[in-house]
Design a protein around this ligand. Structure first.
Ligand code: TXA
Ligand code: MG
Length: 365
């Protein structure tokens, strides 16, 4: 049974692909701060071969898993759009191993962009700069800019170094669905549309990178993420505008549609969701309820039907909450709940990225 949502009983339909065969998932051993062992390097050489031949490889990053192709191979990049069901107007982030690999892709480095890259790469910061002619049109979705990021995850940083080429990589999920934070999430969403999945464990940040537009003199936050605005303003010593509201952001960054990052079940935010949860349960629904750990003692669920209530408690700090958010939503989708109620998290700046993702996940169109 499906529950009625907060807005006009509109229900999201499950538009994910139904994978027929499972793709190959290869665990890659790695340790922070240490070079990769020889068996891991051998796997990465194989991945590099697949990429050189125009294939698609799912890669672990510190934010979420990406679906990668060589960025300068327009035919391979077209396969990314097809595998995801991604609209052609939505440009891709290009992943590089440091500033040197990024330079040929950039028409001109604005001073602030050079500073941001020097200060925050490798890490969860994507910067948008004027693109050079080396960036295929399909990667830019016809625009004049390119979004660049140098991931910190050792597996993907090493792969980029071995490959010697930049990788275009959106999140490795069907378009509009939740981003994957484990290799299993990738396989469930994309199936054998991906040639190889490199399993580098659970993503540390758990939500997508911060996207900062530095292509004009006025820095603008396009997508809040693990690096928050306060930190960026302090390190870049400038004011940063944005982000826009969910509805207008797509004008600036085509992928930032108001409805995005959505689980299958309708998700709604509620401040103190207990009453809403009880109503949904009384109406016979299976309910997922996401709360904070500090609320654990106040939530007397004694009279609620345990077999239809799935409560998940997330950490109280924004980084910890973000790390577990998508995994929790994936889990509730697997269980097959009808509705997800999320107790509204705190509203201060550090929670901005979490609020952004929850707003998009709860958007009714
Ligand atoms: O953490 C991340 O950023 C992950 C990992 C794999 O790196 N990638 C990711 O990619 O989230 P994707 O495609 O799911 O989201 C990229 C966002 C989209 O909203 C897209 O519209 C925006 O970045 N974007 C890409 N190129 C852009 C550009 N040239 N100008 C403005 N926005 C751009
Ligand atoms: Mg995405």
């Amino acid at each position: 049974m499906r529950a009625t949502h907060g807005c006009n009983a509109v229900w999201k339909t499950h538009d994910a692909a139904s994978p027929t065969t499972m793709p190959e998932i290869v665990p890659v051993a790695w340790q922070a701060g240490a070079p990769l062992p020889p068996e891991s390097l051998a796997i990465l050489h194989r991945a590099a071969d697949i990429l050189h031949q125009g294939g698609l490889v799912a890669i672990p990053t510190e934010t979420v898993y990406g679906l990668a192709a060589v960025a300068t191979d327009a035919a391979a990049v077209a396969r990314i759009y097809a595998a995801k069901g991604r609209p052609a107007f939505n440009p891709l982030i290009v992943h590089v191993e440091g500033i040197e690999m990024a330079s040929p892709l950039v028409a001109e480095w604005p001073e602030l962009a050079a500073h941001a890259a020097a200060r925050h790469w490798p890490g969860p910061l994507t910067i948008v700069v004027p693109a050079s002619a080396e960036v295929p049109e399909i990667v830019r979705a016809g625009g004049t800019t390119v979004a660049l990021r140098s991931p910190e995850h050792q597996v993907t940083a090493t792969l980029l170094k071995l490959l010697g080429k930049p990788l275009a990589a959106p999140s490795a999920n069907r378009s509009g669905m939740l981003s994957p934070t484990t290799a299993a999430h990738v396989a469930a969403s994309l199936g054998d549309a991906v040639d190889l999945i490199l399993d580098g464990g659970t993503c540390d940040c758990g939500i997508e990178s911060t996207v900062l537009d530095l292509s004009t003199p006025r820095p603008r936050l396009l997508r809040p993420g693990p690096l928050d605005r306060v930190t960026l303003e302090a390190s870049l010593t400038c004011q940063i505008a944005g982000p826009e509201t969910a509805t207008t952001s797509s004008l600036l960054s085509p992928g930032l549609l108001p409805k995005h990052y959505a689980p299958n079940a309708a998700l709604e935010l509620a401040s103190g969701g207990r009453d809403r949860v009880r109503d949904l349960l009384q109406a016979g629904h299976r309910v997922g309820w996401i709360t904070h750990r500090h609320q654990a003692n106040n939530l007397n669920t004694g009279t609620m039907p345990a077999e239809r209530l799935h409560r998940l408690q997330l950490p109280d700090d924004p980084a910890g909450y973000a790390r577990e958010l998508y995994a929790s939503l994936h889990r509730l989708d697997e269980i097959g709940v009808d509705a997800i109620v999320v107790d509204t998290p705190p509203s201060d700046e550090a929670w901005q990225a979490v609020h952004d993702r929850l707003r998009r996940a709860s958007y009714c169109d």
